[in-house]
Design a binder for this molecule. Sequence first.
Ligand SMILES: Cc1cc2nc3c(=O)[nH]c(=O)nc-3n(C[C@H](O)[C@H](O)[C@H](O)COP(=O)(O)OP(=O)(O)OC[C@H]3O[C@@H](n4cnc5c(N)ncnc54)[C@H](O)[C@@H]3O)c2cc1C
Length: 352
Amino acid sequence: MRGKAAIIGAGIAGLAAARALALRGWDVEVCESAPGLPKTGTFLGMWPEALKALDAIDVGEQVRQSGSSLGASADTGLRTPAGRTLLSVPGGKNLVMVSRPRLLEILADGVNVTFDSEATATEGFSDADAIIGADGTFSKTRTSMFGASSGPRSLGVVAWRGTATGAVSSHGETWAPGAMFGLTPAGPDATNWYACLKAGGRFEPPHLQHLRDLFGSWRTGPAEVLRLVEESEILHHELFDMPKIPSYFNGRVALVGDAAHSMGPFLGRGACEALIDGVTLGRCLGEATSVEDGLAAYDSARRAKTQRLISMSRIMGQTAMMPHGFQGRNAVLGAAGSVMRAAGAVRQTLWH
Ligand SMILES: Cc1cc2nc3c(=O)[nH]c(=O)nc-3n(C[C@H](O)[C@H](O)[C@H](O)COP(=O)(O)OP(=O)(O)OC[C@H]3O[C@@H](n4cnc5c(N)ncnc54)[C@H](O)[C@@H]3O)c2cc1C
């Protein structure tokens, strides 16, 4: 079927849905509260399934060309702060690292977005056949459908992240009790980094000296990258995930991306799933004979899978930063490494 869609939010999920619907002949309008697309941001890893979704909306090749394949990095792995390798991980040839601003720019090309336009209620879109809430973790669309108890829960963890100019000698993640630090390449001469710490709330800037105090003595790369980092480029967030909601749609209103299933960043999957949601929603509405059937098909294709990822990501974060019993975890990891590698599971869980 064809119709008119109003999309709330021009993030990854909203723009992917807009493209997917427009490709199927829908008339699409996107409203975005920000004044424009972001100019800065870090790198996101696009897994093969997300690349397939990008191909389905005709931008896969552009993203591959704008990003860089992780490649077979010479020294990649999972380590302890003392430098002991728990697992050696082969580079992810199939994973494309792309900067968030560039990805959004590609997705937004040709899409009808009205910036500086904050949606306050879904009732405002009286002429739309379908309303898509793509308004992120603090989604008002979700609250209007499922109440305040559907809102995000703090994970008790804060994150810092950024992209530094310059390369470092090793990539991968370092796990410590209550903290972790990760490094990936971001092109030939740049490094994507992220750090997490169990903490009760956000820290006030400046951050760089604090990060050096926390991670500078780790013998696995943080000190190296923190020498390249500029204070002004550090992003700092408190991390949240969401309780499972009973449906991703109600009547003609649907939720996509973080609005539906905000998850911790420990699997590096939020943006990928947001893309897949948008593309799946477009396909389901395009193939259905009624909006309700299309949204029901979308819910059934996406809800169980993405809600499982919320739990898996939470477990992954707890495992990475476990305060006690990590010697046992390290031994299990060492023993299980070859089996997990064979299953391809390590790459799926390590890279952000
Ligand atoms: C520290 C951290 C690291 C991460 N790293 C990765 C990673 O490496 N790989 C990965 O796949 N994912 C990663 N993620 C997750 C990823 O960033 C998100 O899952 C993804 O951005 C979700 O996209 P979205 O479009 O659903 O939401 P958002 O990106 O939040 O977009 C929502 C949009 O809606 C707009 N909006 C909100 N309210 C309104 C309103 N009322 N009216 C109009 N517009 C509105 C907002 O301005 C925004 O533009 C990370 C997340 C964090 C916090």
